[in-house]
Design a protein around this ligand. Structure first.
Ligand SMILES: [Fe+2]
Length: 165
């Protein structure tokens, strides 16, 4: 694999771990608000992000590259409200989407068909991620405080099933 591609994949792997930490921090914030369902749901999101990072790790290794683990800045600790937090999450996912698209462009430029193929999964995943947060923001805006308790209960049942390759 070309060094430029390897560096970019390593950067995204670390960004996925960073995303995981952001959601774990959001989970802690929701927990502090007493919203156990949102807390659970965000911990599941954390697990998904770790899975995303690990997929990059395995692709890098499978292509004969070296995965380089980096640190990252502290995630936000506090938000103005649950809604503000979810809007931050959606904005973050839009950044991830743009980063994935940039990786696809680079793989095209370098004729790295294997990486191009690998990234297709992330393109679909990002459509889902943005839709998920958009839906959740809409739900929170609809139910407001009265319905928050019901929605919180609904979120408790989320599970993570790794997709079969
Ligand atoms: Fe991700």
């Amino acid at each position: 694999m070309e060094q430029k591609m390897l560096d970019a994949l390593n950067e995204q792997m670390n960004f996925e771990y960073y995303s995981a930490h952001i959601y774990l921090s959001m989970a802690a914030y929701a927990g502090e608000l007493g919203l156990a369902g949102f807390e659970h749901w965000l911990i599941t999101q954390y697990e998904e992000e770790v899975f995303h990072a690990q997929k990059f790790y395995h692709h890098i290794v499978a292509r004969g590259g070296r995965a380089v683990i980096k640190g990252f800045e502290d995630p936000e600790e506090d938000y103005d409200s649950l809604l503000a937090m979810l809007k931050t999450a959606l904005e973050h996912e839009k950044i991830v989407t743009a980063r994935i698209h940039d990786l696809v462009k680079l793989s095209d430029k370098l004729n790295d068909y294997a990486t191009h193929n690998f990234l297709q999964w992330y393109i679909s995943e990002q459509v889902e991620e943005e839709e998920t947060f958009t839906d959740l923001i809409q739900k929170v805006e609809l139910v407001k405080d009265a319905g928050l308790y019901i929605l919180d209960n609904e979120l408790k049942s989320r599970t993570f099933t790794p997709p079969s390759e």
